[in-house]
Design a protein around this ligand. Structure first.
Ligand SMILES: NC(=O)c1ccc[n+]([C@@H]2O[C@H](COP(=O)([O-])OP(=O)(O)OC[C@H]3O[C@@H](n4cnc5c(N)ncnc54)[C@H](OP(=O)(O)O)[C@@H]3O)[C@@H](O)[C@H]2O)c1
Length: 306
């Protein structure tokens, strides 16, 4: 993953002014944000930062004990957040969460699909857990999003969906020309994206995935993030002008459990930029973009790579 910075991407700089001090601050304590996979790593850091800034936060985690410990540690820092157990790979858990959410909150403003897994060490490329990786990183995030779509507030400040993806899953990593053409199509549909994912899982099952031009590095993870980015693009198009912005964010090579502590920056650094993206003033808020972490807590965005 540390090859990120060497790649020649076209990019545009985001405004560098501090959105938290901005006179265009649009959020308040009534602004409700959900973060998945938030007991540690970037998810935890995002909850902490957004709670510090003054939003109402719902920290979710798949394990009750790990989630409760995370909430306790925030409490010791004077930050109070809501907590519900949520395993995004389990449809019953998603249903229970959405039911609890709808009974306790009037509306949703921000959803950050952060929960993610990879079973590979850096430099490894096993696909033994491909199904599980798809279930968590793509199908889980998609089902949760679909289930929560009716609850977005869609006010004039715009609701926000931020999917934590990865440059490992950007379209230029796909070497199979026909699959690349499907994913690049302007008229891409959800069914086509699921078709691509299922075709990858079939290739894994049949032992032919290495010769079929799938991304070369962390292949199962890359396909799952590619699918999540593609789904984000479909949603961004569907909700254009309808009060919901949909973007992706690659936090870069970050020091978390996923990278065994390796990386160029901390989870807090990655979360600082993620929080800025989630809170961009409505008039600066794009949709359908793939943002990439960059130094100095600014972000760049890749216009055409989503
Ligand atoms: N670190 C990087 O360099 C990097 C780069 C690009 C993108 N990302 C993305 O950033 C996001 C956060 O990763 P991280 O680096 O912070 O890794 P991390 O420290 O390993 O955190 C991953 C989080 O996801 C949770 N999770 C895993 N499976 C889940 C499930 N089925 N349901 C709910 N939560 C689940 C984990 O919970 P448990 O503690 O219970 O396992 C943990 O809280 C991921 O989407 C990752 O793909 C990371």
């Amino acid at each position: 993953m540390d090859q990120y910075s060497k790649e020649p991407y076209d990019h545009l700089s985001l405004p560098s002014s501090d959105p938290f001090q901005s006179p265009t601050r649009w959020w308040s304590k009534e602004t409700v944000a959900i973060v998945t996979g938030a007991n540690k790593g970037i998810g935890f850091a995002l909850v902490k930062r957004l709670a510090e800034i003054g939003l109402t936060l719902i920290l979710t985690a798949r394990d009750l004990e790990r989630g409760s410990k995370a909430v306790e540690s925030l409490k010791r820092q004077g930050l109070f957040v809501h907590f519900f157990r949520l395993d995004v790979s389990d449809p019953a858990s998603i249903q229970a969460f959405v039911s609890w959410f709808s009974q306790n909150f009037p509306a949703l403003d921000i959803l950050i699909n952060n929960a993610g897994i990879s079973y590979n060490e850096i430099g490894e490329n096993s696909v033994k857990q491909a199904e599980r990786v798809m279930k968590t990183n793509f199908f889980g995030a998609k089902l949760l999003t679909q289930s929560l779509l009716p609850f977005f507030r869609r006010s004039s400040s715009s609701s926000r969906l931020l999917n934590i993806t990865s440059r490992l899953g950007s379209l230029d990593k796909m070497r199979n020309p026909s699959i690349k053409a499907i994913l690049a199509s302007k008229d891409l549909s959800e069914e086509q994206i699921e078709g691509v994912v299922n075709s990858f899982l079939n290739d894994v099952k049949n032992g032919v995935w290495e010769s079929r031009g799938w991304p070369e590095m962390w292949t199962d993870y890359a396909v799952s993030k590619l699918a999540l980015s593609a789904y984000s693009r479909v949603l961004a198009k569907r909700y254009a002008g309808l009060g919901l912005s949909v973007n992706c964010y690659c936090p870069g090579f970050t020091q978390t459990a996923m990278t065994h502590g390796k990386g160029t920056h901390t989870a807090d650094d990655a979360a600082e930029t993620g929080a800025r993206l989630a809170l961009l003033p409505p008039h600066q808020l794009p949709s359908g973009k793939f943002f990439v972490w960059a130094n100095n807590n600014t972000a760049t965005f890749l216009d055409s790579k989503l």
